[in-house]
Design a protein around this ligand. Sequence first.
Ligand SMILES: Nc1nc2c(ncn2[C@@H]2O[C@H](COP(=O)(O)OP(=O)(O)OP(=O)(O)O)[C@@H](O)[C@H]2O)c(=O)[nH]1
Length: 183
Amino acid sequence: MPLVRYRKVVILGYRSVGKTSLAHQFVEGEFLEGYDPTVENTYSKIVTLGKDEFHLHLVDTAGQDEYSILPYSFIIGVHGYVLVYSVTSLHSFQVIESLYQKLHEGHGKTRLPVVLVGNKADLSPDREVQAVEGKKLAESWGATFMESSARDKQLTQGIFTKVIQEIARVENSYGQERRCHLM
Ligand SMILES: Nc1nc2c(ncn2[C@@H]2O[C@H](COP(=O)(O)OP(=O)(O)OP(=O)(O)O)[C@@H](O)[C@H]2O)c(=O)[nH]1
């Protein structure tokens, strides 16, 4: 029987960027048209990647802004992050930079498993953030970047698959660093 590994992932970002819609699309397989601000919600899903099985515990948070203080529950015991902005809102992109800095400090400036998501890419005519800007920001963090639309099942699935892979990648890089120190 395969080992089921537990992974806790927190979804953060400014209000109305599509955090709930992405989580709901991933877990329930449908797009939510209406907007109902989230307080905090959790989702669970078993994800199979190759021979490995993961129990993915998702925390969908209330929208944050640059003044938000992130609680310890967003730091302690969290394996990875999905940071979401909307490509139609430059402000949501600016907020994501400040949220990342808070997380980075909260984790003692260690490397973080992060997938940066430019959501609402289906609304491209209203775009305020170009893909190249998202890519550059993610690269500066050593993170992965994706554009998505919560309307698209496959793109959404790709985000959560990617964050599980990012967690493994960062964990392995620590293993390698430790081996180097011993030598
Ligand atoms: N066109 C389009 N609309 C989207 C997309 N994702 C979300 N929306 C819409 O944007 C609105 C806000 O989506 P939510 O998922 O509630 O956003 P949220 O980030 O969870 O919002 P908060 O709870 O306030 O933090 C809803 O009306 C969604 O239908 C997307 O990819 N494309």
